[in-house]
Design a protein around this ligand. Structure first.
Ligand SMILES: NC(=O)c1ccc[n+]([C@@H]2O[C@H](COP(=O)([O-])OP(=O)(O)OC[C@H]3O[C@@H](n4cnc5c(N)ncnc54)[C@H](O)[C@@H]3O)[C@@H](O)[C@H]2O)c1
Length: 275
């Protein structure tokens, strides 16, 4: 695909941009997190990837090292805050410090009217989509300050910017990630720590499996078409397009950018469509 060829040549052009910098990425075994890890590693970053999937992390580490990069892996759930903290400590122990954090791990929520959502689902979504973002940033601040600064990118969603029918729980967690980003950007600008937020549009990663199995193939296909048509560009995006935006936010090119919730959504968030 033309887009992928352009992105790959951009990554080559920027090779070395993150040399000597270490970045922790949660949810690094699949989809957007994996694409971020590969892109940042290609530009010279040392990576600590955290995920539930040992197999996916193993494949990521093999891909990074085969391209000459360095990748440590941490298997566990971001819902366990000690796991997040120890991944951040690993960056300091192995790579000598922490320069970047991508709070990316997340799950799709139930697709149902909010009055029918059980409290267990509410707690689970907060535990995975929100709490680790807060505590990951908390753990990252001291080591970043020790380096003289750093960059945090929190992965929210187009659903954090605009509502979707029957998707209140997911949208609420992602809107909270945007608010948290704004507050952290305010609190940590004095420490030279920039905090921004990526709001991806639709990217057909394994996260959509939950929706496919909940809706069944026919209803899923029709929902997929409606989501696609709500983007102004009438297509889904790729994980690599999201990673390119994260690389920009992480880089010195974005040195005056903090507190931003950046949609990378083919225009979905300004569309007047209803899904
Ligand atoms: N794909 C999209 O269309 C889309 C759109 C907007 C926002 N997002 C957000 O992007 C982020 C990445 O999603 P993706 O599409 O790449 O999905 P994905 O399912 O491909 O990847 C998510 C990764 O997070 C990991 N993960 C899930 N729960 C975890 C936990 N408790 N602890 C550690 N790791 C865990 C999974 O194992 C997986 O490797 C999510 O925060 C998601 O909400 C995705």
């Amino acid at each position: 695909m033309i887009v992928e060829a352009v992105l790959s040549s951009a990554a080559s052009r920027f090779r070395g941009r993150f040399a000597g910098r270490s970045v922790v990425i949660t949810g690094a075994a699949s989809g957007i997190g994996r694409a971020c890890a590969l892109r940042l590693a290609e530009e010279g970053a040392d990576i600590v990837g955290l995920d539930l999937s040992a197999e996916g992390l193993g494949a990521l580490a093999a891909d990074v090292t085969s391209r000459g990069g360095r990748c440590e892996t941490a298997v566990g759930s971001v819902a366990d805050l000690d796991v997040v903290t120890s991944a951040i400590q690993r960056a300091t122990q192995v790579f000598g410090g922490l320069d970047g954090l991508v709070n990316n791990a997340g799950i799709g929520g139930p697709m149902q009217p909010f009055e029918t959502v059980p409290v267990e689902d509410f707690d689970k979504m907060i535990a995975i989509n929100l709490k680790p973002v807060w505590f990951g940033m908390q753990a990252a601040c001291a080591p970043m300050r020790a380096r003289g600064g750093g960059v945090i990118v929190n992965v929210s969603s187009m659903a954090g910017l605009r509502p979707n029918r029957n998707h209140a729980l997911y949208g609420m967690t992602k809107a909270a990630v945007i608010s948290l980003t704004h507050h952290a950007a305010m609190d940590y600008a004095k420490d030279n720590i920039r905090v921004n937020c990526l709001c991806p549009g639709p990217v057909e990663t394994p996260i959509f499996e939950q929706m496919r199995s909940a809706l069944g193939p026919a209803a899923y296909d029709s929902a997929r078409t409606r989501v696609q048509q709500r983007t102004l560009m009438n297509r889904f995006g790729s994980a690599e397009e999201q990673a390119a935006a994260v690389a920009y936010l992480m880089s010195d090119e974005a040195s005056f950018v903090t507190g931003v919730a950046m949609p990378v959504d083919g225009g979905w968030s300004i569309s007047d469509g209803r899904v």
